[in-house]
Every structure is written in structure tokens, then in C-alpha cells.
Design a protein around this ligand. Structure first.
Ligand SMILES: [Zn+2]
Length: 143
């Protein structure tokens, strides 16, 4: 059966269904960082991949990956309709994620990807990963 929506519209519709991008999870990470008194992060910095949170001094980039959009191994399942469209789109995301990781690492960034579900099930673990990375970078960079 053909889709009643254009690709762009379908994408908008699915975004609405699956949560607008990462907005909610980004907010949970922000809350988490505040709770653990992790400071010095910035948002919307223009570096490759537009990470959700950036620690510029330590060169640590944090991405919050939605379980659907980034095909989390624990929660993702391919939508039953428009499989070809979704497969192409989501695999495109995965390729892009890898390319972004590589580019940032080449430029000396430490990249941390946090799954959306980790913020629900193990927020302290996510906070610890971020803290450890910051501590390590500060030591390495003699900050
Ligand atoms: Zn997940």
C-alpha cells in the first residue's frame, strides 16, 4: 500500500508520534547535569554533528540518542509500514552518527553518546560516564 503522506510529511508525522526529536530527553539530561552539579556545558555550538551538549574547554561532546531514531539495540523495532523508507532513513542516521563520531574524534573531541533509555533506567550511570570523561580530559589537558 502506498503511503498517504509525502516523505517529508510522513517524517513530520512520525516525529510527532515518536517524540519531537530529542527534546524531552535533552531536557532530562539537562536536569541530570544540574543534579550532579556538572557545569560548563553549552548547547547549540556549531561543531560537526551539532552535539546536544558540549564542554568546550574539555572538548567533550554529548549526544542524546533517541531509541527509535538511532536504532537502540534494546528498544528499536522497524515500523511495519513503509519499511523501505524507514530502513533507508534510519540506516542513513546510523551512517551519519558514525561519520560524526569519527570527524569529532579526529579533531580531538571525546564523544559520548547516551541512549534515551539510559536517562530513564540508569541516570546516575550516565552522569558518571560524563563526569569521568571530564575528569580525564581535565587531567590530560592540564586544565
Ligand atoms: Zn533504548
Amino acid at each position: 500500500m502506498t503511503d498517504v503522506f509525502t516523505r517529508e510529511k510522513r517524517s513530520q508525522v512520525m516525529s510527532a508520534i515518536r517524540g519531537r526529536g530529542n527534546k524531552d530527553t535533552e531536557l532530562s539530561l539537562m536536569t541530570l547535569l544540574r543534579r550532579y552539579h556538572i557545569r560548563g556545558w553549552r548547547r547549540h555550538l556549531l561543531i560537526p554533528g551539532s552535539p546536544d551538549f558540549v564542554f568546550r574547554r574539555e572538548k567533550v561532546a554529548i549526544f542524546v540518542d533517541g531509541c527509535f531514531w538511532h536504532m537502540c539495540p534494546r528498544h528499536f523495532s522497524m515500523p511495519k509500514n513503509n519499511r523501505t523508507f524507514w530502513k533507508k532513513k534510519l540506516e542513513g542516521n546510523a551512517i551519519r552518527d558514525k561519520a560524526v563520531n569519527l570527524e569529532l574524534r579526529k579533531k580531538g573531541w571525546k564523544v559520548i553518546r547516551v541512549w534515551e533509555h539510559q536517562l530513564r533506567t540508569g541516570p546516575s550511570e550516565s552522569a558518571r560516564r560524563i563526569l569521568n570523561a571530564l575528569i580525564r580530559r581535565r587531567a590530560e589537558m592540564d586544565l
